[in-house]
Structures are given as C-alpha cells and as structure tokens.
Design a protein around this ligand. Structure first.
Ligand SMILES: Cc1cc2nc3c(=O)[nH]c(=O)nc-3n(C[C@H](O)[C@H](O)[C@H](O)COP(=O)(O)OP(=O)(O)OC[C@H]3O[C@@H](n4cnc5c(N)ncnc54)[C@H](O)[C@@H]3O)c2cc1C
Length: 384
C-alpha cells in the first residue's frame, strides 16, 4: 500500500504579514457595511461590486502572470486570501470559478488571444465564469454527456442542456464540455472539447433552480443552436476530458472544501465563551483540531501545486474528509446551542445555522460525490 506524503508547510513572516493585511481590510469592509457574513458564501454570495473591489486590491488572479495584469505571486498567497475570505464569509461567488479554475485553465491551454482577452478582465474582477459540466443524465458519469458541438464554417453549433450550473445567471461565460465527435466505445473519454460560451449568445436560456433555502444560485442552461466562434475553443479539439481533469485538482483541494461552515463555528465559539460553557467549548475544540489537521493537508497540496506536482489523489482525499467535517460542524453546534434555524431571522447565529444545515447536503455532491472521491482514493492506493 502506498502512503500519502504531504509536505509540512510553514508560513514565512512575510506571508503572515500579508494575512494580517487581508484580514484587516476585510474586517474594515464588513464594518463599513460592504457585506454581511454568510456560511457557504463562496458558492452563493454574489456581489459583482465586492469582486471588483478585490480586483482593485490585486487579490483576484493574484498568481496570474504580470503580462496579463496578475501579480505572479505564489499559490500560498492565494491560499491566504481565500482562507481569509471564507473565514469572514464574504460574498465571493461571482469571481470564484474564474479565479480558481477558468483563469488557470485558459492560462494553461488557451491561445495568446484568449489570454489577452480574458485574463485581464478576470483579474479586475469584471469577468465571471460558470462551469458547464453536469447534465440531467450525466453527473458522476460525465463521459456520457449528450451536449454536442457540430463544426460549421467559422465555429461550432452547440445543442444540449447543462444543469446545476452555479452562478450562470451572474456569469458572463460558461466553460462547456461538449461532444465534438461521436462516443467511441474503445475510448469513452475521447471526442470531447471545451468551449467558452458567451451566456448572452442567442439560443442560451438560463433558468433558475431554487435551493432548499429558497435562494437562487444554480441553474439549468439550455443551449439551442448556439453559435460559438472557432477562437472560443480551449486547447485541442477532442482533448476536453484531459484538460478538464487538470481543473479538478484546483477545484477539490482548496480551503473551500473545509471552511464552508466556518462562520457558524466562529459564531458558536463566541456565544459559548459568553455563556462560559466549558463543555461546549471542549466539543468545539475537537472540531477545531480536526479542522487544523485538514488545513495542514490542504496547505500541503497547495505547496505541491506550486511545485507542479500531480495532486489528483490527495485532493480527492482532502475533499472527502473536508466535506464531512463541514457538515459535522452544523450537526455538533446545533446540539450545543439549540435554536430554531431560520434564514429570515434577524439573529445572526440562527441565520448561519439555517444556511449551514440547508446548504450541507450539497457539500458532498458538488465537485464530485463521496462515492466517486473514495473510488479515486481506493484505486490510487491499490494500483500503486
Ligand atoms: C451545490 C451544487 C453546485 C453545483 N454546481 C455545479 C456547477 O457549477 N457545474 C456543474 O457542472 N455541476 C455542478 N453541480 C453538479 C455536481 O457536479 C453533480 O451533482 C455531481 O457530479 C453528481 O452528479 P449527479 O447529481 O448527476 O448524481 P449521480 O452521478 O447520478 O449520482 C447519484 C448518486 O449515485 C452515486 N454514484 C454515481 N456513480 C457511482 C459509482 N460509479 N460508484 C458509486 N456510487 C456512484 C453518487 O455518489 C451519488 O450518491 C453542482 C451540484 C451541487 C449540489
């Protein structure tokens, strides 16, 4: 059996100072009324204005090359920003996918023209992306997807449907995995390509799917004879599957797979301290120690990504463990501080509790289900 070795990671003094700078800025923004703290804000807290503010600070696409407006800073600096944004529950959903995966994907596989067109806008917090993978009958088994792109003069005509598409009602573009050649039984993962679809194009209809809380954050996206010009194909035709896999490493290993319910944990800690509830604080301390070990693992992966290493297996493991941690935060805390959870309630704690409970079921579905992640881990260990 192979052992998973994640490098231990220690922040430098400079990095610690950067964290303090980010934290102080966010606390001041919150005090000034720019946002309220929410659980799971990376997927459902939309504020184009706030994304632009972060863009002005240089904190969107911070790792992107300077020639496209980025700062070429390390993925550890990006890790610090994302952790602080998640911890304070800031509204970052608008730019999250562009910063985390669409930008890096374009930088890795895109043409020079695509880089020059998209990356500076992403960095300014003005260009938002959605991920168009899932379809009504293709989720875990994504290779069975039915959306087609047919070659025509000057581009492609896309027909099909995507579902559960987070943020498609706010985003400008959707990176869409579609079939550009018929499925080959001997190569299930071939014949797929990634197209950047402008969500304002003729033939695109975005319909809301209501969340358990009544919020609108994901959608059905219907694509009816949508024309996509040739220059919106990313990378190589037919290589969409392999390209998409590189995105998954960015998607699965970040602190958002651990910290979606951190605002609730933080609020509960404050309330238990005020009550002087020592027993309750011990239970919270157990959660914090779990969080700390997951964080060390996730930072180890960030360090591996910095070195260009393959983190597919490690990211699947951290996502699985992180998601069950995020869910258990709400389970433990609602017993320690019982109340009627309600999104409508003015009481901050009751609102955070409602968000954490009602968003919880999605944690173990989005970005790969528990069963799929465990399959990756099991196969990785056995085949080593
Ligand atoms: C909050 C949220 C946001 C999302 N945002 C997006 C988005 O922006 N873009 C996007 O493309 N998608 C998005 N999704 C969709 C998500 O990626 C899919 O829900 C997920 O991949 C699972 O697919 P499915 O829903 O079709 O379930 P299925 O694949 O049908 O799975 C149903 C159940 O069967 C199990 N199962 C399936 N195959 C196997 C197997 N081989 N072995 C064992 N068990 C198996 C699964 O684990 C699951 O429990 C989002 C989902 C959620 C909940």
């Amino acid at each position: 059996m192979r052992q998973l070795q994640l490098p231990a990671f220690q922040f430098t003094e400079e990095q610690m100072a950067f964290r303090q700078e980010v934290r102080a800025y966010l606390e001041q923004e919150k005090l000034d009324g720019a946002f309220e703290t929410h659980s799971d804000s990376w997927l459902s807290g939309y504020s184009a204005e706030f994304s632009q503010k972060l863009g002005k600070k240089g904190w969107v696409g911070i790792t992107f090359p300077k020639e496209y407006g980025g700062q070429a800073r390390s993925s550890i600096d990006r890790y610090i920003i994302t952790e602080e944004l998640l911890a304070i529950g800031a509204p970052v959903a608008s730019h999250w996918f562009a910063d985390r995966q669409s930008g890096p994907l374009i930088l890795k596989f895109g043409t020079e023209q695509q880089k020059e067109f998209f990356i500076p806008k992403i960095v300014r917090g003005e260009c938002f992306f959605s991920i168009g993978l899932s379809e009504p009958n293709s989720g875990s088994d994504l290779a069975s997807l039915k959306t087609t792109a047919t070659k025509v003069d000057g581009g492609w005509v896309v027909n099909g449907m995507k579902t559960w598409t987070s943020g498609a009602h706010h985003s400008h573009y959707m990176i869409t995995l579609c079939r550009t050649a018929p499925q080959d039984v001997n190569n299930r993962h071939g014949g797929m390509s990634q197209l950047i679809i402008d969500l304002k194009s003729e033939g695109v209809t975005v319909r809301p799917i209501q969340f358990l809380t009544g919020e609108h954050h994901f959608n059905e996206v219907f694509l009816e004879s949508v024309f996509v010009p040739d220059d919106r194909l990313i990378g190589q035709e037919g290589n969409g599957w392999a390209q998409g896999l590189t995105e998954l490493s960015f998607e699965r290993s970040g602190p958002e797979r651990i910290l979606s319910t951190f605002p609730l944990l933080n609020e509960a800690m404050k309330l238990l301290k005020v009550k002087g509830d020592q027993r309750g604080l011990i239970d919270v301390a157990k959660l914090v120690s779990r969080m700390w070990s997951l964080r060390n693992m996730s930072m180890g992966i960030a360090a591996m990504l910095e070195e260009g290493k393959d983190v597919n297996l490690a990211a699947a493991l951290v996502k699985d463990l992180g998601n069950s941690f995020e869910q258990s935060v709400a389970e433990v805390i609602r017993l320690l501080l019982p109340t009627m959870p309600s999104k409508q309630e003015a009481d901050h704690y009751s609102r955070l509790l409602a968000e954490s409970i009602l968003h919880g079921p999605g944690f173990t579905l989005r970005g790969g289900t528990t069963e799929i992640l465990r399959g990756i881990v099991a196969k990785g260990v056995v085949s080593a």
